[in-house]
Design a binder for this molecule. Sequence first.
Ligand SMILES: [Zn+2]
Length: 414
Amino acid sequence: MSPEQSAKDDRRLFRARWILPRSGVVHVDGAVQVAGGVVEEVLPDHGAVGRAGAAGIEIVDLGDVALTPGLVNAHAHLELGALAGRLPRARPFEEWVGALLALRAAADAGELESGLARDGRALLESGTTAVGDIDSLGLAATAGPTAMPRRRVYRELLDGRDAARRAAIVAALSVPLAETDHLLEGLSPHAPFSISDELLAAVASTARVRGLPVAMHWAETPEEVAWLDGGEGWFGRFFPPAAGMAGIDALERHGLLGPATTLIHGNHPRADEPRRIASAGATVVHCPGSHAYFERGPFPLQRYLDVGVPIALGTDSSASNDRLDMRRELALLRTEFPGLDPIRAWSAATEVGARGLGLQGRAGCLAPGAWADLVAFELPEPLPADSWDWLTAAAPAVRGTWIGGRPVPSDALQ
Ligand SMILES: [Zn+2]
C-alpha cells in the first residue's frame, strides 16, 4: 500500500468543543483532521466539520473538551525518576549534588530503568507529548516508544576538564543515536564549570556535522557565577578551577549559541547576556517547580522578555521536583509572575519549548504537517471566561492523549 493510500485510510477528524491549535487561537466546535500520524488541517467551525463529515471522513467526537497540542517539557532528566522523594529537601545545593551522585551510583540498572519509565508515564498522563531529556547514563533507548513522550535525548557530556575522561567521551560521540520519530538525538555539554574547552570544540563540530540541538545547564546558582569569575567556592571540590571562563563566552566562541541551543535555568545572567542570547536566537528554559524546590531567588523573567529571549518551561528531574507535570509548572509560573500574559505562558509550554528542542512546526502546535500529538482537557461547566487563563492556571484534568494520532494506550498510563 502506498503511503498516500495508508494516510487516506486512517484519516479522521477529532472534533471538540474547543480547539486551541496555537497560542492565542480558539475555534469553537471545530476539528483537527489527522492522517498518517500528522495534522492535515485544522477546521475552524461547525460548518467546515460538517462538510468534511459529509465527504466521508470518520469523525471522532471528543465532546466537551479543549483539544490542544501536547505540552512540551523543555527540560527533564527521566533517568533520575528512581530518586523521586529520596533526597531530603532544604539542603544546601552542594550537599544535594553530593547526595544525588551517591544515590545514582548506588541504584541498579533495573531501578533506574523503571524510574525512567515511570517518569515518562507521568508526563504522558499530564498531557506532555515531547520532552527534552538529559541522558547521562546511556539509558536513552531503554523504554519503548508507546509508553513515553517523544524524546529529544540530550547525551550529557562531562569531562571535569580531565583529558583522560575526555578521550572516551569524544570517541563515544562519534557514534550517533539511532533516531526515530519518538527518539531524537541532542547533545548536552553539562555546564560551563564542568567541561573543557576541548570537549566543547568536539561538541560544536559534532552538532554542526549532524545538525543536533544542544542544551546546557547555565547560570543556575550564584556560586557557579562566582566560581567562573574567580575560581572560588565549593565547586572547586568537584572540578579544577578555570577562572575567567564564562558560559556564554565559550558557547559563542565555539559557534554554539544559536537557535538550536537551550540554556537551562539562567537564574543569574550577567548584565549583557540576555541581549546576546536574544540576538543569537537561543532559548532559556525556566523550571518553576525545581526553582521553588531549591528556594532560588526571583527568576529574572522580565530581563529576558525585555530583550526578546524566548522562554520555555521544563520540569527538571524528580530529584528536585514533586511531580513531573507541565500543567503544574504552568500554574507555578502564573503564581510566580501574576502579571504574565497567560497566552505567553502557554506558548512557553508549547511552541517555544518545541522550538528550543528543534521541533518547530512538528510539536507544540496543531498546523498542517505537525505531528498529531494531541491532548484533550476536560472543560468545566460553566465554561471558563478566559480559555488561556484557565488552561495555564487551573491544571485541568486530562481526558485523553494521542501521539501521532494514536491514543496513548491506557495500559501505559497505569
Ligand atoms: Zn537539569
